[in-house]
Each structure stands twice: as structure tokens, then as C-alpha cells.
Design a protein around this ligand. Sequence first.
Ligand code: NAP
Length: 268
Amino acid sequence: MAQTLTLNTGQKIPQLGFGVWKASEGECYKAVRTALDTGYRHIDTARIYGNEVDVGKAIRDSGIDRSEIFVTTKLWNSDQAKAQKAFDDSMARLGLDYLDLYLIHFPVTKTRAQAWKDLEAIHKTGRTRAIGVSNYMPRHLDELLSSAAVKPAVNQIELHPYLSQNELKTYCESHGMLVEAYSPLAHGQKVADVSLKPMAAKYGKTVAQLILRWSVQKGNIVLVKSVSPQRIAENFAIFDFNVEPADMGVLDGLNENLRTCWDPSQTP
Ligand SMILES: NC(=O)c1ccc[n+]([C@@H]2O[C@H](COP(=O)([O-])OP(=O)(O)OC[C@H]3O[C@@H](n4cnc5c(N)ncnc54)[C@H](OP(=O)(O)O)[C@@H]3O)[C@@H](O)[C@H]2O)c1
């Protein structure tokens, strides 16, 4: 049974999710099948990743009951003025009866307010069980919360020891939103951090496992991607050890505001 957290909707969400950004067609199908066989029960895709068809097919072919798998997809920026159609199109590609979580991918200044209203309307139909946002900074969330009927269940942001996002995380949690940590390995850039090798060796783990475990212990939902069966298994094997408080402190001290993906901090 995967370790879960509880969203503000009451839904359980597996704390470790499997991301599929940059997994190409075919490659994505195989990776999701392998991930589900390994034990992952949470898949994170997006319209812009171009692999929703593969994700849906892999879920159906897995033979695992739909209710056991948590599925997220996202509304792309250029679709924000036509969210209902974009949602219908994503659902048709996924071939699923319902979605667990639908996110606004990025806070596009001109269109995000109407997009949230449209997500609220989709949520009301029950076709997605939760709605949320991604790459929102506090000012984007302030704006949203000032008129929202439904609070976002999550804010999905880049987060790893090298970009710890402490203020944003505190903001989200104080407003009842869980933080989803994307690019938890700094998009793969930090899996060979030599400074962490002795600490990882102490636990009999790899640097990647150590970094992922840090994020789990911080209470994040952690979304990691791999297309390699060996690394898919490696990234899943992080629930049989605990990083000690002193080592958590060392990892907390690694922040260097390293962004490997978007920087929404300048978006008005
Ligand atoms: N909302 C957003 O704007 C947003 C932005 C970025 C990402 N995301 C989500 O977050 C997910 C994860 O982020 P990410 O894909 O950017 O990066 P990531 O999970 O931090 O790192 C993935 C990279 O690291 C490699 N890797 C994975 N496990 C490894 C291991 N154990 N040892 C060595 N290398 C390893 C992968 O290569 P191999 O595949 O070859 O193993 C890949 O190149 C995405 O797939 C997506 O679902 C969302």
C-alpha cells in the first residue's frame, strides 16, 4: 500500500507520484506500465507533455482498478480561455471516466482568473475530483483566493533541497493546500552531487533516493520521472529508511534557489 496524504477534498493521494514529462510516445506507455508494476499508484501528466493517450492506455492495460490510481493532468497556457474544451479533449485522450486532479499549469496573467472559474465549474460536474494550480506564487494565490468558491487542493511547484521554497510552502500549507514537489531531483541535475555521497552511503542508498526521501519527510507530494526500469524501482525504494534530523538539517542547508524549470516569480 503506497503511503498517502489527504487533500482538502478528503481524497487520499499517494505521496510518491510518477511524472512523465519528456517521456515520448511509446516510451511513456512502457514507463507507466513499469511504474504501476513497481507499485506507484499516482501518475502526473499534462496536455503539453503529449503523452495522455499513453498514460490512459497504460492504466487500462495494467488491470489495476481505476479507483486505486490517482491521475493528474493539466490545462495548458494557450488553452486557458477554453478550459472546458481542453478538459474534454484531455479526458478523451486519457480515455478515463473521471480525473482525480486537474491543474492550471502556469499562472498566465490575463487568463488565469477565468480559467479557475471554469475549473470550478468542471469540478462541480464531478468529472474531476479535485482542482489545483501549478507554479503559483503567493500573489497569484492571494488573487485566486480573494474570489474562489473552491480552494486549490494543491500547488505543484519546483522543489528540491537546492530550491527549498520555504515561504511558498508555508503559505500553501497555512491555506490548506498541499505542496507537490516537481523536478525533485532538480530535473536530474543533482543525482550525482558528490557532497551527498557519504550521507547516502551511510543509509545504503543513492543520492537520488536520499534527496527524494528528504522531500517525503518534509511532507511534500513528490513527483519523480524516469523511463529506466532500474531507476523507476530505485526511486520507489525510499520508504524503508529515515533521514535523521541532523542530516535533514544538512539537506535543508543546501538551498541555492536553483531553478531548472519555470521562474514564475516575475509573472505579474
Ligand atoms: N507543473 C510543472 O510545471 C512541472 C514542471 C516540471 C516537471 N513537472 C512534473 O514533475 C515530474 C518530475 O520532474 P522532472 O521530470 O523535471 O525531473 P526529475 O524527476 O527531478 O528528474 C528526472 C531526470 O532525472 C533522471 N533520473 C530519474 N531518476 C534517476 C535516478 N535515480 N538516478 C539518476 N537519474 C535519474 C531521469 O532520467 P531517466 O528518465 O533516463 O531515468 C530524468 O532525466 C515531471 O515528469 C512532471 O510530471 C511539472
